[in-house]
Design a protein around this ligand. Structure first.
Ligand SMILES: C[S@@+](CC[C@H](N)C(=O)[O-])C[C@H]1O[C@@H](n2cnc3c(N)ncnc32)[C@H](O)[C@@H]1O
Length: 347
């Protein structure tokens, strides 16, 4: 069993994203989820910091955590460090006291402490409060939890997002934060060996993050300058800096209409797009509703999964286009913008 330390403030969304890299994800307390298995894909996640191999859990109480560790079997060798976190300051527990006392237990059991370069890191996550209710996320039943989750750090997310939009080679107002773009492409199913399509790619924010998780990329946009800009951004930012994904993923970006894509059936594994905001698409020829409906129908023709991000709920048109809504989230960006996120599966 694994403990996932979530990032951000929206646990249901974070847990849903984490489920693309871990099995049986279930929220147990604010900022903490349990998973039956956590794979290497955790490295790609936006809203998970790390997966920990579980030692056990108690209430958010230091004495109880110490007793748990004293009784636990520890099948490890080498140096250790303890790192504690009081998640979102939801408990009274002192993290320095927790690190000292839990470290003391490990020393008593014969381990050498090395705070700079330990072989193993024991994490103690203390959290208390309500778990959010969400249909798509197990365990999220709105109940209160008080938890200390104790576990060995197993996989840390690289969180190697692209530079913020204003610092990219090509910038236009309205681009989304890279951490969110990363989460959306993950939820869509982008991964090495898979092809991600953004049919209205704009400055390429979603595709750049798709490239950084190692997916092959297809993009279209109705505007020539966006096509050029996306290519520029993909060349400059569309792969992880450490080259871990090997060479830059393959990409093709072309001018095209999202309602009549120049792409064959089932050419992609995943679609993600950020629909134009406002009453009309910037590009003439389509009313916004016609554009989104047409794009949803085309998306269902070319891929089995999609994520649609928009300033309103396009659930009805998505269902009419042959999609099942697997999950839906409303994410507040600022006072005048809430993003509606649909995670879609082809019926
Ligand atoms: C909200 S922006 C996408 C932003 C993008 N995710 C980014 O990171 O920059 C919507 C894009 O849809 C494009 N667009 C509008 N109508 C279109 C159509 N019929 N076909 C393809 N693209 C279209 C616009 O040119 C614009 O770039």
């Amino acid at each position: 069993m694994y403990w996932l330390e979530l990032a951000g403030e929206e646990d249901a969304f974070a847990a849903y994203e984490a489920a693309t890299a871990a099995a049986g994800v279930e929220l147990i307390a604010p900022g903490i989820a349990r998973a039956g298995h956590a794979g290497d894909g955790v490295r790609r996640l936006a809203y998970t910091r790390a997966a920990h191999e579980a030692v056990g859990r108690t209430d958010a109480d230091l004495d109880a955590a110490v007793a748990l560790l004293e009784a636990a079997g520890i099948d490890r060798e080498g140096s250790v460090a303890v790192r504690a976190r009081n998640v979102r300051a939801t408990t009274e527990v002192s993290t320095s006291a927790a690190e000292r006392e839990l470290g003391g237990v490990l020393v008593d059991r014969g381990f050498e402490v090395d705070l700079d370069d330990p072989d193993h890191v024991l994490r103690a996550l203390f959290a208390a409060g309500d778990r959010p209710a969400h249909d798509a996320v197990a365990g999220a039943d709105g109940e209160s939890g008080s938890v200390c989750a104790l576990g060995w750090v197993d996989t840390e997310a690289a969180r190697d997002f692209s530079p913020k939009p204003t610092e990219r080679s090509f910038f236009q107002p309205g681009s989304m934060a890279p951490i969110d773009a990363r989460a959306y492409v993950n939820v869509a199913g982008a991964a090495p060996g898979r092809t991600l399509l953004d049919p209205m790619c704009g400055t390429g924010g979603l595709l750049v993050e798709g490239g950084r998780v190692g997916a092959d990329l297809l993009g279209t946009d109705a505007q020539r300058k966006m096509v050029r800009g996306t290519r520029e951004n993909l060349r400059a930012h569309g792969h992880a800096d450490d080259g871990e994904n090997g060479d830059s993923p393959a990409f093709e970006v072309a001018r095209g209409d999202a309602t009549a894509l120049p792409i064959r059936d089932d050419a992609a594994d995943a679609v993600a797009f950020d629909a134009p905001y406002g009453r009309q698409s910037k590009v003439a020829r389509h009313e916004l509703a016609d554009l989104v409906e047409g794009a949803l129908a085309e998306a269902a023709r070319v891929a089995p999964r999609a994520v649609v991000v928009a300033d309103r709920d396009w659930r009805g048109p998505a269902q009419a286009a042959g999609w099942r809504v697997d999950a839906r989230f409303e994410r507040r960006v600022h006072r005048s913008l809430t993003r509606h996120v649909l995670a879609l599966r082809r019926e």
